[in-house]
Design a protein around this ligand. Structure first.
Ligand code: HEC
Length: 143
């Protein structure tokens, strides 16, 4: 793939300017394709929000802040190892309350769940802060 593109874009003497343009376009497309494949490319069909609400929030909290379970908010998870966390979902963590979910989660589901958790946005806090903004605006408008 890369070699072929090299023929187009870097070739000894490009015969026509259009060849170079195509080459440039192709290498850009290749770069874009590479970026896409490094993102989560699993096949999990799990409804993560639903499963979380039913199975996980009892311990990890409705806004993922933790409780019995650990804090699972993105800023915390981003510092941790993805493989280790997926492993924790699958096998649980012996000696802690974290159970194994092997009966319910495939490996793909576990990685998908971590991905979902890492990209989760707290709409509850967002709503609160929007309310705050509204209050502040009302105050300033009145005075
Ligand atoms: C009975 C309580 C309980 C339930 C239910 C539970 N967990 Fe946990 N979970 C824990 C505890 C406790 C820990 C922390 C273990 C430790 O101290 O290392 C943990 C740790 C984790 C970790 C590792 C976090 C880290 O910091 O390394 C992940 C990921 C996780 N849980 C995901 C889930 C998911 C997804 C579900 C639902 C499918 C779930 N948990 C359900 C108690 C629970």
């Amino acid at each position: 793939m890369v070699k072929q593109l090299w023929l187009f874009s870097g070739g000894e003497k490009p015969k026509k300017e259009t060849n170079m343009k195509i080459g440039k376009f192709l290498s850009m497309t290749a770069a874009a394709a590479m970026v896409v494949t490094t993102a989560y490319a699993g096949t999990s069909k799990m409804d993560f929000a639903k499963v979380y609400e039913k199975e996980c929030q009892g311990c990890h909290g409705p806004i993922h802040q933790g409780g019995v379970g650990s804090d699972l908010r993105p800023k915390v998870l981003k510092k941790k190892n993805t493989d280790m966390m997926a492993e924790t979902i699958l096998n649980g963590r012996p000696g802690t309350a974290m159970p194994s979910w092997k009966h319910m989660f495939s490996k793909d589901d576990a990685y998908g769940m971590i991905d979902w958790l890492m990209n989760w946005k707290n709409t509850m806090e967002l709503k609160l802060s929007l309310d705050d903004i509204k209050k502040k605006l009302e105050k300033t408008c009145r005075s």
